[in-house]
Design a protein around this ligand. Structure first.
Ligand code: A2P
Length: 272
């Protein structure tokens, strides 16, 4: 074989790709603690709005470093969106925060989760309670047509430490009315209730406090939660999830699951 032919054979080798690789298409940094990004969607991936998948990067030891991330985009979107915290010494997010368009990430195409319509019994009003990055599954669900088909009213509460941390959700909600696909369905069914706990803003306080002292209900002109009418999905820290579970149970709502739908469902937001 001539030297030239040898070179040709060598360059024809396929470039090695990660298993389950997807390509990053966009990255947006919201604060020094938060960023969102979009990646290509595997053609075969079907999921229900609100579910999560395992995503990550190849670790230094050659093993995939994966974490559960809620898909923040709706099931009809051509791409997948994720919303993440940046933890400077976090094994995954210390690296993931540096991804750029064109980079590859690993995505295991096995969606699962309890924050799905199937896990709730029919109702009239649907509450999405989020803190921090816990808004991710609801970013998907507020763009899901079924949300507006199944309920008369949807309330999204989002509590963060400061105003800048609300921006991802605020912009998303603001963009919905003009969305060509679901703008009309959203109409005035969606109520957005942002609160902060560590910086001055129009509405301050933990959502649990605002429920207990009646502020949430008086602000929205709602009497209280009722097991006949109200359904809830909760996504935040373990502390928030436990506190809200106790509150919802006290109003007579019961926790549901895919196999046993009821009045509310809970999932932990990714924090590491
Ligand atoms: P706080 O500032 O009073 O701790 P984090 O950024 O730590 O993930 O928190 C996100 C938001 O969730 C913060 O506003 C925080 O309020 C609030 N939060 C944390 N724990 C609870 C809880 N157990 N109940 C209600 N809100 C909570």
């Amino acid at each position: 074989m001539t030297k030239q032919a040898q070179v040709k054979t060598e360059t024809a080798k396929p470039v090695p790709t990660l298993p389950d690789a997807q390509t990053v298409t966009a990255v947006q940094h919201w604060t020094d603690r938060l960023f969102s990004f979009r990646v290509t969607r595997p053609q075969s991936l079907r999921f229900r709005s609100g579910e999560f998948v395992m995503i990550g990067l190849m670790g230094d030891n050659g093993k995939p470093l994966l974490r559960a991330y809620s898909i923040a985009s709706p099931a009809w979107d051509d791409e997948l969106e994720f919303y993440s915290i940046k933890v400077q010494d976090g094994p995954l997010t210390s690296k993931l925060q540096h991804i750029q368009p064109g980079d590859q990430i690993i995505l295991r195409p096995k969606p699962v989760g309890t924050l799905v319509h199937d896990a709730l019994l029919p109702g009239k009003r649907l509450w999405f309670f989020a803190t921090g990055t816990g808004i991710a599954p609801f970013a998907s669900l507020i763009r899901e047509p079924q949300t507006y088909e199944d309920y008369d009213q949807i309330v999204l509460t989002h509590t963060c430490r400061d105003v800048a941390e609300l921006e991802y959700g605020r912009r998303l909600v603001a963009s919905l009315k003009d969305d060509p696909l679901i703008g009309e369905m959203v109409g005035d069914k969606l109520t957005y209730y942002p609160t902060t706990t560590r910086e001055e803003s129009p509405k301050m306080g933990r959502i649990t406090t605002l429920i207990k002292d009646g502020t949430l209900f008086s602000d929205l002109g709602i009497e209280d939660f009722g097991p006949e009418t109200d359904r809830a999905m909760v996504c935040g820290s373990i502390g928030l999830n436990n506190d809200l579970k106790e509150i919802l149970e006290a109003f007579g709502l019961r926790e549901g699951a895919n196999s046993d739908p009821a009045e509310y469902v809970v999932e932990k937001a990714f924090v590491g």
